[in-house]
Structure formats: structure tokens, C-alpha cells
Design a protein around this ligand. Sequence first.
Ligand code: 5FX
Length: 535
Amino acid sequence: MDPAEAPKPKTFMGLDFSTQQLKALVLGEDLKLLQEVVVHFDSELPEFRTHGGVVEGSNGSISSPVVMWIKAVDLVLDKLRVAGTDFSAVAAVSGSGQQHGSVWWKRGAAETLNNLDATRFLHNQLTVSIFSKPNAPVWLDSTTTLQCNNLEEAVGGAQRLADLTGSRAYERFTGNQIAKVYTDLPDIFGNTEHISLVSSFGCSLLLGRYAPLDYSDASGMNLFNIRTKTWDEQCLKACAVGLRSLLGEAVPSNTVVGNISNFYVERYGFSPDCHVVAFTGDNPSSLAGMCVGVGDVAVSLGTSDTLFLSLQEPTPGLEGHVFVSPIDPDAYMGMLCFSNGSLAREAVRDKCAQGSWEVFSELLDSTPRGNFGNIALHYSVREICPPLLGVHRYNKARERVSRFSSQEVEVRALVEGQMLARRLHANKLGYHTEKCRVLATGGASKNVSLLQVMADVFSAPVYTMDVSNSASLGAAYRAKHALAEGAAYKDVIAGPAFKLAAKPAPEAAKVYGQMLERLEACENALLAATGAKSK
Ligand SMILES: O=C(CO)[C@@H](O)[C@H](O)CF
């Protein structure tokens, strides 16, 4: 065959609409990275005056300007073009978005979305006038406690709602956000013809028409039955009348929802045969990017620590979340969010280790497993899991103390307390140590001393992966997988290279088995004292 006629190697594109930035990457057929670009909302789109990608309203609401995200698409595709992307080779594109956020399309908006002019920027056509809410409520908003209480009461309680939808009611979950608009802003609700999640909004931009929600991100709404994979009528009705028609039906995450809009064919040179695969939530997409298999637990050590599990069976409880898996519609994904992650570690580093991670690690390595019976729970900001606040220290005699005898003990008490808490709540979500791997990512996963404690507490080997963009990587992986009719995800996507970073010490299981019981007792006592519900 004439080389000029040889078929171009296929590439796969992933986009991630996260809170602070829009990331895009392109992988080759071998899944090697070809191009990766990012648009930071605050610094590159300052006209929207966001801080951390969001704006705070006078009533404490937290939202993001929708047109900012649209303008970021114009920028990110231009950046890919400058980086050398051959758009005509892109065989499929998928994406992800921050979970729970909602985009409100005004009556008549579909007409504009369906008729984009390739000679103009997206943001000059999809302007604020086509959105009934110019700003999208996002996951940081917590103004919907009343709606959460109403929803739990309507379906028969918190555990019942968790059994149905994978989570008890959470303020950031979309159903409760929609319920607030329905009651507080009825004119806006009445002037809306479609509601997207951030994920399906991003997908709609590429499709040139409203894209369906995927099962996995729909699981983050307190509206979707994670077992039957259908909207729960009771939940829909409890949030807003006529909601089903505004959401449309959800689809399996590996669904090819159509071909890319002609706007991109004409403006950027995409092939008209470029497939668009349903977008999903950023955390489910990260699970796909990290190839978290059944038996694995992934721990993302960041500002907040997030823990993912792949589960064969859903085990929803009064804490954490269970979503439909983004890589297997018959499996599930467990997730826990711990708000006191690196903030707490940095505070102890600054106080005990003169701000140095090297000194922090030396202090940690100089104390024995079990820390002479001392334990600490650091909740400098209100913790999600469990809902507690403050720093709580206990000595060997289980007495509360205001500080420990040395810097070394302080450092180990923080690290062991955090890892024990992650293990305790992971157990409740369905974690088992048999043949388990811990996959660590995020900034703190570079600290081998900390990973050794993680291995000891989880009784499992810890692997690290050098992937700072797991969500956009997972999107490109999912784009490729969706074209491999029916093949299992693990048979199509080998996933990123993991490096063994730490193995559990033989005596660790005994030490931390006892400490796990102590930690649970401390948490329960604190919860009882505050009268808080474990949420
Ligand atoms: O609310 C969350 C998960 O439930 C966050 O991790 C958002 O997805 C971040 F964008």
C-alpha cells in the first residue's frame, strides 16, 4: 500500500473539566502520551473573577460561570493545535467533569447548540443568554441542608436513600441542588429545558446537542437507583415535579453517544467519524485512569484525601459513596472523601519539622510502629468522614492530652491516625486485605516514609503511579475502550506503570489491628460527645 494511503494511527482524546482548570490530553494507539495542555481558570480567564475556579455568592452559595468553561474549550483546543495535535487522527474523545455540578440550559438553547458557526468562537455563540442560571452550582456549595433533610425524610431515612442511590443526602449532590432551585427560584426552573451535569455539559459541547448523563456520574445525584440503573421516581418527585424530562435517560459510561459536531470538523479538522463517548465524573474517571481493579484501593493524597475502591457488590452506608463503576456497568465504585489531607500534614511538618519533609520523614522513621500507644486525630477543618472538628490526642492510658512528649511522637501520631482512619472507613465500604494493592497518587505519595505507614496499616503493598492527570487519562482510556465492542476494560487498557513503593512489615498487622479498634472507639466517643451523625 502506498505509504501516503496507509491509514493514520488512531489517537484518543481526554478532557477533564475540573474545579480549577480544563485539562486535555491526546494518547497514541499504544496509549503513550502525545500532547497534554491545560487552561487554568483563575489566571487565564481572569475576566470571570474566580478563586479556585469558583465564585462565592452573598448567600454563601458556591458556583462557577458556565461561559468560563466554554471559553476554556476554545483555548484548550487552540493550545492542542499549537502543541501539534493532528485532530483528524482522533478516533474517539471522552471526558470528565467535577461531580455534582449542574448546568441549566434555557428554553430554546438546543437550537443554538445544534447550529454552531465554525467561523466563530464557541463562547461568542454559547453566551450567558442561553443558560437559565449563568452560574452552575458546584460541589463546594453546602446551602442545601434543608433539601437534604426533606429528601431523606421523603424516601424513609438516610440509610434507605443510601441503599437506593449509593449515598445518604449530601448538600453537594445534584438532586438537592435542583430541589433548592425548584423551591427558591421557580421562574428559573420553569424557564429551563434541560439540566446537565458538568460531565454531560462538556459532552454536549462536543456533540452539538444535549448529551445523556452516564450511569456513574448520575450516581452522584441522590436521584439514580444504582442497582436498577434508572431514575428513582420517589427521589425525582421529592426534588422537583417534571424533573425526569429535564434530565433525560442516563446511559452506560462506555456508550458512544454520537460523532463529533461538524463545528469541530470545520474549525479544527476533526474527522466527521470521530466518536464521542459519554463523559463521566472526575473521580470515576480517575478510577479508570488508575485502572483500579476489584481488590485494589486507590488513595489520592491531596489537599483532601480521596479513597477509591472497585466493588463487585454495592455496600452503601451512612458515610462515603457508592457509584456505578465507570468501567463496568455491572460493578461499582466506592469512594470516601477526607477533608483533612495535606493541610493537616503540612501543619505538623511546619510545627514539628521546621517546614521540611526530609525532617518530617526522619522523625517519622525514628519512632516505632504503634507510637508507644499514642494516637491523634487531626481535624483542623471540619472533617467529612467522620463529621468531626478539632485536634484530639490520646496517650497509652487512653487519656486525652494536649500534646505529646516529642516531635517524633507528634509526627507519627498524625500519620498513623490518618492512615488508620482511611483503613477503618475503607473496611466499612467493603475493603478486604486479601490480594489487595494500595495505589497511591497525589502530592504526598512521593513520601516513602508515609507510604510505609500506609502499607503497614492497610496490610498490603503500596504502589505509586506518576500520574497527576488521572481524570483526563481515564477519559482517553475510556474513549479507546468504548470502541472495543464488548471487550473487558482490563483487556483493552493495560493502564499506567505502577512502581512498588512499600511492603507491609510482618509484625504490622498485629500492631495496627489493635490500633484500629482504638481509633474507632475514639471516633465514636467524639461523635457521641458532639451528637453528630456519622455522615
Ligand atoms: O464532590 C466531590 C466528590 O463527591 C469532589 O471530589 C468533586 O468531584 C471534585 F471536583
